[in-house]
Design a protein around this ligand. Structure first.
Ligand code: BGC
Length: 353
């Protein structure tokens, strides 16, 4: 694929109380088409052919902006910030400053408060080579976090049918930041049922066990001998009902895997294959961790773009990230960002068929 084949189309896509929303559709000319909203930087659809040439949307989401406004809870496709996943009791200390961010998930803070970056309108520009650049300035104190945060998230399609996401952020005061994307995938097609037959591999020898409120205990535990061992490709449904404390706490898989070879930078960390359609997803990232969430809290109370209700397990999220609650665990890779430093993170979701 030459870069000339990338095309980007822009259209108006409704409005929110915060303003008008645009949708940008990136196509690479060889079958991959990705639509992104300026609201939340949401990846609204990912169209991928199957081995027989039949195209389907493999990302969970809604057909209209109202769906996202009515159902922010699952964070479908959204940019997550300022802090992906949980911070215990919404509390941490940085440079002696005690910080309290809003608690929105039982006793804890989840995904950076309400509203987080998933509910903001991002400023969009398109580069000459077909990348969509989203920009947002989060003021000092936004969601309770110290410092102004200047954030840029760039979406582009790669020559290998990848959706590449580059995150950059700078600050004017010491703060913490942990950005990710909350796409849910169903490689058999959005609305086609659960993903338990998807075969998953995660290149991680360890994970961070959690307590009953899904806060890491601080331990880095081996996956060996647990249903969290995905070092060899295994169907998601094969062990999801095993009576294991961690699966009880998460109502399924909802854990941070400690990815191997963090020093290697951008590397392959996971692979998903859907036997029925032949579609696959390879995840590359620079991040040290990944939350594999098996859609456990989808309860059949709302319908997505396909018109079908979403039930438990109907999509899987692979959220590349630093570890949950890192500000309270000095032994975890740091999420601190200081003036003069640049937060940089890259993830590629590469599709095959
Ligand atoms: C969390 C889940 C949460 C989901 C949707 C995931 O990143 O780990 O616990 O339910 O996001 O909010």
């Amino acid at each position: 694929m030459s870069l000339d084949a990338v095309s980007v189309a822009q259209e108006a896509w409704g409005s929110t109380p915060a303003g008008a929303v645009d949708r940008y559709t990136l196509s690479n000319g060889s079958g991959l088409r990705v639509s992104v909203l300026t609201y939340g930087g949401i990846v609204q659809s990912i169209e991928v052919p199957d081995r027989g040439g039949n195209t389907a949307n493999v990302a969970l989401g809604f057909a209209s902006i109202q769906g996202y406004l009515d159902n922010p809870g699952p964070y479908f496709g959204a940019i997550i910030g300022r802090y992906g996943n949980r911070i215990a009791k919404g509390q941490f200390t940085i440079d002696g400053l005690a910080v309290q961010v809003p608690v929105n998930d039982g006793p804890n803070s989840l995904h950076g408060g309400t509203p987080g970056f998933d509910q903001r309108i991002w400023e969009a520009t398109v580069t000459d080579d077909g990348a969509l650049v989203l920009h947002h300035v989060s003021p000092d104190g936004d969601q309770g976090f110290p410092g102004t945060l200047w954030v840029t998230v760039t979406y582009r399609l790669t020559a290998d049918n990848g959706l590449r996401i580059d995150y950059r952020a700078t600050t004017d005061t010491a703060t913490v930041v942990n950005l990710t994307n909350h796409s849910y995938f169903n490689l058999a097609g959005d609305g086609s049922g659960n993903v338990y037959d998807h075969v998953l591999r995660i290149d991680a020898d360890a994970f961070t066990p959690v307590d009953a409120t899904l806060i890491p205990t601080g331990e880095i535990a081996p996956v060996d001998g647990t249903p969290l061992d995905f070092r060899t490709p295994t169907a998601i449904g094969e062990r999801i009902r095993e009576d294991h404390t961690q699966l009880r706490y998460g109502s399924g898989y909802d854990h941070n895997w400690v990815l191997n070879n963090p020093e290697a930078g951008l590397r392959v960390v996971a692979h998903v294959a859907e036997p029925g359609t032949g579609r696959s997803l390879t995840v590359h990232t620079t991040e040290p961790g990944m939350q594999f969430y098996s859609g456990n809290f989808l309860t059949g109370t709302f319908a997505g773009a396909s018109g079908h209700l979403y039930r438990q397990g109907d999509g899987l999220a692979l959220e590349t990230q630093h570890f949950p609650d890192s500000p309270n665990h000095p032994q975890f890779p740091t999420t601190e960002l200081r003036p003069g430093q640049t937060y940089e993170s890259t993830t590629v979701y590469e599709f095959g068929w």
